[in-house]
Design a protein around this ligand. Structure first.
Ligand code: NAG
Ligand code: NAG
Ligand code: NAG
Length: 152
C-alpha cells in the first residue's frame, strides 16, 4: 500500500474520530443522585465533517466503592447497564444555535448503588468514514464518563 496514502488516511481518521467524540450534556458532573431516581442523561454529538453512521450507545453506572473515581480506571467497565440500544441524536428546534445534535435518555439510578462517588459511563459505537463515499467506513468505539455523588 502507498505509504503516504496510508498515513494520510490514518491521520484523517484520527481527526475525524476526535471530531466524533460524544459529550455528556446532562447531568452536570458532581450532581447528587439518589438510588431509584429517574434522571435525564443528555448525550451530545458534535457536528462533524465526516460522514458517520450511528450504531448504538450503552449507559452504565459504576460505583467507585468509597474511593474517588479519579483514582480508578473506569473506562474499561460499564458497571450496571441502564440503557443499551440505538442512538439518534437530533438538532432540537429552537436550540440549533446553542446545542449540537443530542438525544435525551431517561434512566433509573440503580437501586442498590452504594453511597459515594459513582461514574456514569456512556459507550458510543459508530461507523465513520469519508464524506464522498460510504465504502471506507471504519468502526469507532469510545467511552465518555462523568462522576456523580450518590446519596440514598
Ligand atoms: C422511573 O421511570 C420508570 C420507567 O419510565 C417508571 O416506571 C417509574 O415510575 C419512574 N420512577 C420515578 C420515581 O419517577
Ligand atoms: C473519565 O474520562 C476522562 C476523560 O474525559 C478520563 O481521563 C478518566 O480517566 C475517566 N475516568 C474517570 C474516573 O474520570
Ligand atoms: C434534554 O435534557 C436536558 C437536561 O435535562 C434539557 O435541558 C433539555 O431541554 C432536554 N431536551 C429535550 C428535547 O427534552
Amino acid at each position: 500500500m502507498n505509504t503516504f496514502l496510508y498515513y494520510f488516511t490514518f491521520a484523517y481518521l484520527a481527526v475525524a474520530a476526535l471530531g466524533q467524540r460524544i459529550a455528556i450534556g446532562a447531568p452536570v458532573e458532581w450532581s447528587t443522585v439518589q438510588p431509584g431516581q429517574n434522571i435525564t442523561v443528555e448525550v451530545d454529538r458534535p457536528m462533524t465533517l465526516s460522514s458517520s453512521q450511528e450504531v448504538a450507545i450503552v449507559i452504565g453506572f459504576w460505583s467507585c466503592n468509597g474511593h474517588p473515581c479519579a483514582d480508578m480506571d473506569v473506562t474499561e467497565v460499564m458497571g450496571q447497564v441502564v440503557y443499551s440500544g440505538p442512538y439518534n441524536p437530533k438538532l432540537q428546534q429552537g436550540q440549533e444555535a446553542e446545542k449540537p445534535p443530542y438525544q435525551n435518555f431517561t434512566v433509573t439510578v440503580p437501586i442498590q448503588l452504594p453511597d459515594g462517588e459513582a461514574s456514569l459511563n456512556v459507550a458510543h459505537f459508530s461507523l465513520i468514514g469519508f464524506q464522498c463515499t460510504k465504502a471506507g467506513l471504519e468502526p469507532f468505539l469510545e467511552v465518555a464518563n462523568i462522576t456523580l455523588n450518590v446519596q440514598s
